[in-house]
Ligand binder design. Structure first.
Ligand code: CFM
Ligand code: HCA
Length: 542
């Protein structure tokens, strides 16, 4: 039996906050927002990208996870060495489901976990020698084009100079690019600072290395697509079919050479803005490559993004081909919707995921006729909620602390405007949006509840009050939600499924969600503590 919610959003917010001590409640109140963004010029602001209150069981990860795991992790032929105790390397080893196709050269170091495995004595006497030996060993064994070194918390605390070690090894080898990331887990307030550090270093040490002009028509880079569950493969398939040349993906199934040649593209497409906007901005400043946001999550969004690419290039052959591809792909999409939508129409969802998916996946639920009751990001910034129109100076930006700012200058030798500033201006004047985009709030509708940095207690409370038909988040939330009788879909890893991007991905998603919301199995579960909240047994020492 489904619990009917008679509560207003204000009741729900008050109920959630009532369990907190007053100081915590005051801060959380700024991160739990009753949405009023639709049709309003001055909706309430949400507090985002701030420190989690100690004691709260957050869904967030750390800076090292954002740098090593998220941005550099999916690159197949760079050896990623974690400098630190073994846990950080081990727990970021193959957990993100970023898929790989090693291609003809076969170089793929993804199955390996490289770490210096620091011990007590390295913490006391310093770990630089051990790091140099690890870099040497990786070089001798694999002769990779690149070796990246990632700092974990203790490395920052003891002050090992990972950059000096990397520089020395790079000079020694001569044919292998070695560089490091000061991405200690405690820097910043979440994964987000790690994205920024990764973006800065890959741009400084790698992008632009390949001097040779690249072949192909309509050359783009796809930024912020990590090939989770094969999403990137599906998007590549669509690009190929349309005749669009993707030089480099940051960083799903990417290789060293892809990063090195990225600056030869005509246009950057930004999929996950949160994790990669820094690279898009730096490539625009240094190489004059304009960018705009795309979304390949949901069939309609994929079609819209393709049309925008066609419009940017203004080539009739490309525009016609894109229309042909959309028409062809939409046949299967529509057939799938006809089969699944009758089961999903009118159902409800909640989404709490990283820094872009909580927004992007709402498009797929809309296609299924489902309503999002509540959503939020783990670590997004205010612009991801409110749109690019938020004035950056006013946004509290924890990322800007402790991060080495890199110098980006427009080098006239390299500056190669794919479209001249005048052409870009003319396109903007005629309504083409380069950087403007909507945040999540405006799309969600008024009266929905937007929550930043959701925690374990609040997740369970939302489920108890609203009993949504599906809850989407990550592994930390999965089992507690299921034990509360609600189907749970992991939108980080897609559980064991996917892809969910593009046209074929949308079809997969419809099928997956139909199965979950149509199955009654979770509503039959009853955890022991639901009957008797306290254990009454006697504990006996054997
Ligand atoms: Fe971007 Fe991502 Fe996401 Fe992200 Fe992530 Fe991820 Fe995510 Mo997990 S880069 S912000 S740091 S779309 S790993 S592929 S699923 S939290 S919403
Ligand atoms: C990360 C990676 C993660 C974790 C997913 C999860 C991912 O943030 O370190 O909590 O289920 O997508 O793998 O976001």
């Amino acid at each position: 039996t489904k619990k009917l919610v008679q509560l207003t959003p204000t009741d729900v917010k008050e109920d959630i906050l009532s369990k907190y001590p007053p100081k915590v409640a005051r801060k959380r109140a700024k991160q739990i927002m009753i949405n009023e963004a639709t049709g309003s010029d001055s909706p309430p602001e949400i507090l985002a990208n701030v420190r989690t209150i100690p004691g709260i069981i957050t869904m967030r990860g750390c800076t090292y996870a954002g740098c090593k795991g998220v941005i550099m992790g999916p690159t197949r032929d760079i050896v990623n060495i974690t400098h630190g105790p073994i846990g950080c390397g081990f727990y970021s080893w193959l957990t993100r489901r970023n898929q790989t196709d090693p291609g003809p050269d076969g170089a793929n170091y993804m199955p390996y976990c490289f770490s210096t495995d620091m011990q007590d004595q390295d913490i006391i006497f310093g770990g630089e020698k051990k790091l140099a030996a690890a870099i040497q060993e990786a070089y001798d064994l694999l002769h990779p084009k690149g070796i990246c070194v990632f700092a974990t918390c203790p490395v920052g605390l003891i002050g090992d100079d990972i950059h000096a070690v990397s520089r020395k090894m790079k000079e020694k080898f001569g044919d292998c690019n070695v560089f490091a990331f000061s991405c200690e887990g405690y820097k910043g307030v979440s994964q987000s600072a790690g994205h920024h550090i990764a973006n800065n270093q890959v741009f400084t040490h790698l992008v632009g290395e390949e001097q040779k002009e690249q072949d192909g028509e309509f050359k783009i880079n796809l930024l912020g697509e990590y090939n989770i569950g094969g999403d990137g493969f599906e998007i590549d398939r669509i690009f190929k079919k349309c005749g669009i040349t993707c030089l480099s993906t940051f960083s799903g199934n990417s290789s060293y050479d892809q990063f090195a040649r990225a600056h030869h593209a005509d246009l950057n497409l930004v999929m996950c803005h949160r994790s990669i906007n820094y690279v898009a901005d730096m490539m625009e400043t240094k190489y004059g490559i304009p960018w705009f946001k795309v979304n390949f999550i949901s069939a309609k969004s994929a079609a819209k993004s393709l049309r925008k690419i066609g419009e940017y290039f203004g080539n009739q052959k490309l525009i016609d081909r894109i229309e042909e591809v959309i028409a062809e792909e939409m046949k299967d999409v529509e057939a799938a919707l006809a089969a699944h939508k009758p089961h999903t129409q009118g159902k409800t969802a909640m989404l709490f995921v990283g820094g872009s998916r909580a927004h992007h996946y709402q498009d797929l639920f809309t296609e299924l006729g489902m309503k999002t009751l509540s959503a939020g990001y783990e670590f997004a910034h205010r612009d991801d909620y409110e749109g690019r129109r938020v004035i950056p100076e006013l946004v509290p930006d924890a990322d800007s602390r402790n991060i080495e700012e890199i110098e980006v200058s427009a080098d006239p030798e390299l500056y190669n405007p794919r479209k001249s500033p005048e052409q870009i201006k003319a396109m903007e004047d005629s309504g083409f949006e380069f950087k403007d985009y909507d945040g999540m709030n405006e799309q969600m509708g008024n009266g929905t509840i937007v929550i930043d940095d959701l925690n374990q207690y609040e997740a369970e409370k939302l489920v108890e009050l609203y009993k949504p038909d599906i809850f989407c988040a990550g592994i930390k939330e999965k089992y507690s939600i299921q034990k509360n009788g609600v189907p749970m879909l992991q939108l980080h890893s897609y559980d064991y499924g996917g892809p969910f991007a593009g046209f074929k991905g949308a079809i997969n998603f419809y099928k997956t969600v139909d199965r979950l919301v149509s199955s009654k199995v979770w509503s039959y579960t009853e955890a022991p503590w639901q009957k008797s909240p306290e254990l009454t047994g006697t504990f006996v020492w054997e």
